[in-house]
Design a protein around this ligand. Structure first.
Ligand SMILES: Nc1ncnc2c1ncn2[C@@H]1O[C@H](COP(=O)(O)OP(=O)(O)OP(=O)(O)O)[C@@H](O)[C@H]1O
Ligand SMILES: [Mg+2]
Length: 361
């Protein structure tokens, strides 16, 4: 049987000369179902349609086009209308031309390890030779400077016509934190609006230089504050961190929905605190249940990027400000972080180019 891939379908859809849908929003994740044999194909495609689109007509046009272009006898197409387009406040190419990918690390639920994952992903990407920036956007409790062992505040570069902030750097990661500018005593109620403004400033008034990745450690939750923050960022995509337990998965679903609504491509799910291996007996304990993150990824047809076990050494790395890929590079945890980061690099590239990729778990 010849193999038809999602990226072939994406390519065909992007090349068609029709105005009914917005091609910018067609990414690999738009193909929600793909089944085929040598003679027929059955696809479900999520599209952002113009108002009053003749969906029936579009469906039969896509059916006949796919049948012809893929040399088949028959195609079944189901179109899911994503509806209204929420365009981000600004396009990345306009305000961050030197940054290749901007990625939000989010979760619905607090305390699932977003900041730990953000720091370790940034460290693992930097270790693999990428140029990495990290923005601590958690208005409730900025924790990244501590986790990266950063004590100083950013300097100002007055040599440019408009002065720019210089991010603080450690382990090859350029860092800006909302905590640098908003002090601990600012009441939470003011932090939301201040945070959106501050984040926008981080995009325009900071000398990031050229970066492959700029990661955002987002505040937990899916309320108005998070929504406004996401809308103010030109994101290439989002990653959701969850623990395997049901309460965290429920919130992760809400997080996914929020990004989907705002047309931010979902790059994958990372499961944190997947299991615990007792150092004395080597026995594995599933403290928060098992396989929940991967099951959710399958259910929502989003890539599963990998799981991270519970290990005090990961927490200690955070507390002392040395990410585990640098602290204990020989451990399984370090190689695991590197492979999750590599999976993320692959999915974000695939999401923007439409090329295929293989996840390695
Ligand atoms: N895999 C892990 N193994 C051991 N400890 C972990 C692991 N992941 C996170 N932790 C610890 O769990 C706590 C919560 O993690 P973290 O601060 O990264 O979560 P968060 O989702 O960013 O929380 P918040 O919602 O408050 O921002 C921290 O003390 C951290 O060191
Ligand atoms: Mg956090």
């Amino acid at each position: 049987m010849t193999s038809i891939t999602k990226s072939e379908i994406v390519k065909i859809l992007k090349e068609l000369d029709i105005k009914s849908y917005n091609k910018d929003y067609i990414v690999l994740n738009s193909i929600k179902k793909l089944e085929h044999n040598d003679t027929s194909i059955d696809v479900k495609i999520q599209l952002t349609l113009e108002p009053n689109t003749d969906i029936k007509g579009l469906t039969s046009f896509l059916q006949s086009t796919l049948t012809r272009k893929l040399n088949l006898k028959h195609s079944t197409v189901e179109i899911e209308n994503k509806g209204e387009v929420h365009t981000p406040a600004a396009h990345k190419e306009e305000i961050l031309p030197d940054i290749k990918y901007t990625i939000a690390i989010a979760s619905g639920k607090g305390g699932v390890g977003k900041s730990t994952v953000s720091v370790n992903l940034a460290a693992a990407l930097a270790k693999q030779g990428y140029k990495v920036g990290l923005i601590d956007a958690d208005i409730y409790g900025p924790s990244i400077p501590l986790m990266l062992g950063v004590n100083e505040k950013p300097m100002i570069d007055y040599s440019e016509p408009t002065p720019k902030m210089l991010p603080v750097e450690n382990y090859g990661i350029k860092l800006m934190s909302i905590g640098f500018l908003i002090d601990d005593n600012t009441p939470i109620i003011w932090r939301g609006p201040m945070a959106s403004g501050t984040l926008k400033q981080f995009l325009t008034d900071v000398s990031w230089g050229e970066l492959d990745f700029l990661l955002f450690d987002m505040p937990p939750g899916t309320g108005d504050i998070q929504l406004t923050l996401v809308q103010s960022l030109p994101l290439s995509g989002a990653v959701i961190v969850t623990t395997p337990q049901e309460v965290s998965l429920i919130d992760a679903r809400k997080g996914l929905k929020m990004f989907e609504k705002l047309n931010v491509p979902l790059l994958g799910i990372i499961e944190n605190m997947s299991y615990f291996v007792a150092p004395d007996t080597g026995k594995t304990y599933d403290i928060f249940g098992m396989g929940g993150g991967e099951a959710l990824a399958n259910e929502l047809k989003v890539p599963f990027l990998g799981g991270i076990p519970i290990d005090p050494r990961i927490r200690i790395g955070g507390d002392k400000g040395v990410p585990i890929v640098f602290d204990l590079p020989e451990t399984d945890h370090a190689s695991n972080m590197l492979s999750i980061a590599a999976n993320l690099a692959k999915t974000v590239e695939a999401s923007s180019t439409g090329n295929d990729y293989e996840i390695i778990l």
